[in-house]
Design a protein. Structure first.
Length: 570
């Protein structure tokens, strides 16, 4: 996807920073201050949206690394850049620039969106149809999503909703009171809701990339905004409606067997797992930011060089799985259903005796992580290890939404909305009417109503699996993986029981997010969201402080102060 040098606003470099000296870069030859420039041609709209995507490319890698490098599932290597090491250590000395802390790049996206929304001709009709309505909705979704990323990274930021066309306007904008994440989410929930059911535009394929995958699913964005704002029932509704009624003539999206990784369930010796688990291909991917294939065409993703051994980085990758990640994976209990001619047995796979330690427990880590020694180079006399994390996509795209993670956010919202039985059913059995009727009591089913309704045509018990079954075997027969229940006499009412279950089921969901979403950029923010919800900084601080396998008291003390969770707004 080449950069499109058509509309002047695709090149705006009106960057808003927190110090007046850096508020704007107004030296660009591309800037035109054309207040009356109305976007009223079909090609204008297409090129304008592509121009916004070109600005999203600049922050694409960062959205992953801000959520991955600061979490507990990765550690930096000796070969990591100084900027990445400081990011992972939450170390931002005054006066020391860091390429991962450039708030201006987010506001460049936002300013392009604001310009488009202010200048597009929303009244134009052709054949009884509003010409620019789909693109208008897409740009609103980009703006809302970018503000959500900005608020997660910086905590409190100016909410700028009009295009900035001069230095004075930028200075005035920076004097505005800063808005927190809940306020920002609430604003964009109202702003985006009228466009929730809008069909996405279709520009066809652009350099062999389906254009529809470049656009964010509006109902999922709304679900995320509601989840962060603590509006759990609404969040669950948006996620549910997306999953069961996918827009653009796509079928509903059940979670099936197509991406499991598992041991064979027969009497033969257990040698190695088989299956085709892949986190970044097929129907799993919902949307992504397309990146340029070559540097001279624009922004190329550097994620493969950060995570993996490549010829470009001379096989010296910058991050690797942490001891914390390995422990979460190995702590899981793998169960399989062993069928023979006379009976069916429940078998728990052994926890010792493997040639590779990563085979213990859940198999997703094993299936996604490759690490081997590389022989010494005869010319450079250097040696290195070869690492490959399969979940890191090729450098021509950065994933924004994936189906399984949408399911996990959906059940996180369901659980917090007061439906822990349904949330746990999704983990252990899967979501379909048959499983819900079998494992959720009538009171919860009645209260949740259509929020947990699934069409049997698509959500079939024979095909649907539980989220934990993706990597931990036949969890549906695992008696050790059970809905938390209070001890006899501990809870005197149904409400007490639900209140007891919600945080414990949430713990299981957060663990599942680590197993399923490792290395994708969500982990730090998952910990942050729950820590904020519980008003418990230790929920975030403790696992990150133990990511190396030893407790880092200094880091723990730093992270127990919520102010240190965010990038400094400079």
């Amino acid at each position: 996807m080449k950069k499109l040098h058509i509309l002047i606003f695709s090149f705006f470099n009106l960057f808003i920073l927190s110090s007046c000296s850096d508020i704007l870069n107004t030296d660009s030859d591309y800037i035109e201050f054309a207040e009356d420039n109305t976007l009223n041609h079909r090609t204008d709209s297409v090129y304008s949206v592509m121009g916004i995507i070109s600005k999203l490319q600049v922050i694409a890698d960062r959205t992953v690394l801000l959520g991955a490098a600061r979490g507990d599932l990765l550690v930096t290597t000796n070969d990591a850049t100084a900027d990445l090491k400081r990011l992972a250590a939450f170390d931002f000395p005054e006066g020391v620039a860091n390429k991962y802390n450039r708030v201006s790049d987010y506001y460049a996206v936002i300013n392009n969106c604001n310009f488009y929304l202010a200048h597009v001709d929303t009244t134009m009709m052709r054949h009884g149809r509003n010409v620019f309505k789909p693109e208008y909705a897409v740009v609103k979704a980009y703006r809302a999503w970018t503000y959500l990323q900005l608020a997660k990274a910086y905590g409190r930021v100016p909410l700028v909703l009009d295009p900035i066309m001069s230095e004075k306007e930028a200075i005035d904008a920076m004097k505005m009171p800063k808005s927190g994440i809940v306020e920002i989410c609430n604003y964009f929930i109202s702003d985006l809701t009228p466009h929730a059911l809008e069909d996405l535009p279709d520009f066809g394929e652009i350099y062999a990339i389906p254009s529809r995958n470049m656009f964010l699913p509006i109902r999922v964005v709304l679900g995320d905004l509601c989840l962060w704002a603590g509006r759990y029932e609404e969040a669950a509704r948006w996620y549910h409606d997306f999953l069961v009624d996918a827009p653009n003539n796509l079928k509903p999206r059940p979670l099936g067997n197509y991406n499991r990784v598992y041991w064979p369930s027969n009497n033969s010796e257990l040698v190695s797992p088989y299956g085709g688990y892949s986190a970044t291909t097929g129907s799993e991917v919902i949307s992504f930011i397309p990146m340029e294939p070559r540097v001279f065409e624009g922004v190329v993703s550097d994620l493969p060089n950060v995570f993996n051994s490549t010829s470009e980085n001379r096989y010296f990758f910058q991050v690797e799985p942490s001891a914390g990640m390995r422990k979460i994976s190995s702590d899981q209990i793998y169960c399989l259903e062993n069928k023979n001619a006379t009976q069916t047995d429940t078998v728990y796979v052994q926890r010792t005796g493997f040639l590779e330690e990563n085979l213990v427990g859940d198999l997703r880590f094993y299936s996604n992580y490759y690490h081997r020694a590389r022989v010494r180079d005869e010319y450079t006399d250097e040696s290195a290890f070869t690492q490959r994390i399969n979940k890191v996509p090729a450098n021509n795209r950065v994933i924004t939404y994936r189906l399984t993670m949408v399911y996990l956010h959906y059940i996180e919202a369901l659980n917090r909305a007061g439906y822990p039985q349904t949330a746990f059913t999704a983990l252990k059995y899967g979501l379909c009417d048959d499983y819900i009727k079998a494992h959720v009591d009538s009171v919860e089913r009645s209260k949740a109503g259509s929020l947990i309704a699934f069409d049997k045509t698509y959500f079939d018990a024979e095909e649907t699996i539980g989220l934990h079954e993706i990597g931990s075997g036949d969890t549906h027969i695992d008696t050790l993986y059970a809905l938390p229940m209070p001890a006899a006499g501990e809870c005197s009412s149904r409400k007490d029981t639900i209140d007891y279950q919600i945080p414990l089921v949430e713990n299981l969901i957060v663990t599942e997010m680590a197993l399923e979403g490792a290395f994708e950029g969500s982990r730090y923010y998952d910990l942050m969201r729950v820590a904020l919800r519980r008003n418990d900084p230790s929920f975030l601080a403790d696992p990150i402080s133990r990511r190396t396998g030893e407790f880092d008291a200094k880091l723990n003390t730093l992270l127990l102060n919520q102010a240190n969770w965010y990038l400094p707004l400079r």
